[in-house]
Design a protein around this ligand. Structure first.
Ligand SMILES: Cc1cc2nc3c(=O)[nH]c(=O)nc-3n(C[C@H](O)[C@H](O)[C@H](O)COP(=O)(O)OP(=O)(O)OC[C@H]3O[C@@H](n4cnc5c(N)ncnc54)[C@H](O)[C@@H]3O)c2cc1C
Ligand code: FES
Length: 251
C-alpha cells in the first residue's frame, strides 16, 4: 500500500489500524503489524480469518483504504550482539522490519525461528534478509512438510548462542506463553520481548477493549495492548491470567 507517512515513521512492532471496507461490516478497524516499508510503500502480511481480512484480501490495485498509524509501542533496539526472533504463523509480520533495524543497530548474529502449520504457510525465508545479509532462518512446520516437525519453540533453547542474546517473539498468545515458560525454566536473564494479541476497538487507548493482565503488586493490574504494547517485556505479562481470558469478538 502507498502510505508515505506510515512508511517513513513506523518502527518494528508498531501496527496500523486498517478500515478493511467502506461498509459497516465489520464496523471497526482491524490491527495489523507493519511488515515492511520501502520509500512510500508499506506492506502487511495477513491471514483471512473473518469479514475484515476477507475484505482486505478482495482489494485490488488502485483501491483506496483508510489507515491509522503508526500505533503502539514496538520492539526495543537490542543492546545485545545477537538476537533470536521467534515467529508463529502470521506472527512473522513484524520481523522483516525488526531484522532491518537490528542490522542497522549493529547486531551481528540474527536468527529467525519461523514456524507455521505447513510449508505453504511459511513466510519466505528470503523476506527476512532483504537488507541484512547473514540472517539465519530456521523453519518448523506442525506437519513436518518443511524444516523441523513440531513447534517452533522446540528450536529456541538451541538457538540461544550467548547469555546476552535478545529474544523477540510474535505469534499466538499460547506460543508467547510457551516462550516465556521455556526461558524462565532455563533461568534466562537476557531481554525477552513479546508482541501480544488482544481484541482491539480504537487502537489508541480510549475504548479499554484491549486490556491485558500484567504483573504488579496491585491485586488487578492491566495494561493496554494498543498503547502500552503490543510489545511487552515477557516478565511483565501475567501469562496465566492472560490464557484464562475469554475469547472476545470485535464488531
Ligand atoms: C497488534 C496486532 C497486530 C496484528 N497483526 C496482524 C498481522 O500482521 N497479520 C494478521 O494476519 N493478523 C494480525 N493481527 C490479528 C488481526 O488483527 C485479526 O486477525 C483481525 O482483526 C481479524 O479480523 P476479521 O474481521 O477478519 O476477523 P474477526 O471476525 O474479527 O475474527 C476472526 C477470528 O480472529 C480472532 N481475532 C479477532 N481480532 C483479533 C485480534 N486483534 N488479535 C488476534 N485475533 C483476533 C477472533 O477471535 C476470531 O477467532 C494483529 C493483531 C494485533 C492485536
Ligand atoms: S484498542 Fe481501544 S484502548 Fe486499546
Amino acid at each position: 500500500m502507498r502510505l508515505p507517512h506510515l512508511a517513513q515513521t513506523a518502527r518494528a512492532g508498531e501496527f496500523a489500524q486498517l478500515r478493511c471496507t467502506r461498509s459497516s461490516v465489520p464496523l471497526l478497524r482491524r490491527p495489523f503489524s507493519v511488515a515492511w516499508a520501502d520509500g512510500d510503500a508499506c506492506s502487511f502480511v495477513f491471514d483471512v480469518v473473518g469479514a475484515g481480512t476477507a475484505a482486505l484480501a478482495a482489494l485490488r490495485p488502485g483501491d483506496t483504504i483508510d489507515v491509522l498509524g503508526p500505533l503502539g509501542t514496538g520492539f526495543s533496539p537490542s543492546p545485545a550482539q545477537s538476537a533470536v526472533c521467534v515467529a508463529g504463523g502470521v506472527g512473522c509480520a513484524p520481523f522483516p522490519l525488526l531484522v532491518r533495524d537490528l542490522a542497522a543497530a549493529g547486531v551481528q548474529d540474527i536468527v529467525v525461528l519461523n514456524g507455521a502449520a505447513t510449508s505453504s504457510r511459511l513466510y519466505p525465508a528470503e523476506r527476512f534478509d532483504r537488507v541484512a545479509t547473514g540472517v539465519r532462518v530456521i523453519e518448523a512446520t506442525d506437519d513436518g512438510s518443511r524444516g523441523h516437525r513440531g513447534w517452533v519453540t522446540d528450536l529456541l533453547t538451541a538457538a540461544l548462542s550467548e547469555a546476552n542474546t535478545a529474544v523477540y517473539a510474535c505469534g499466538p498468545n499460547a506460543m508467547l506463553g510457551a516462550v516465556a515458560r521455556l526461558l524462565r525454566e532455563a533461568c534466562y536473564v537476557g531481554l525477552v520481548e513479546a508482541s501480544l494479541e488482544a481484541p482491539m476497538g480504537c487502537g489508541f487507548g480510549t475504548c479499554l477493549g484491549c486490556a491485558v493482565p500484567v504483573r504488579s503488586t496491585a491485586d488487578d493490574a492491566w495494561a493496554l495492548c494498543c498503547s502500552d504494547g503490543p510489545v511487552f517485556r515477557s516478565d511483565e505479562v501475567d501469562w496465566d491470567t492472560l490464557h484464562r481470558l475469554p475469547e472476545a469478538h470485535v464488531a
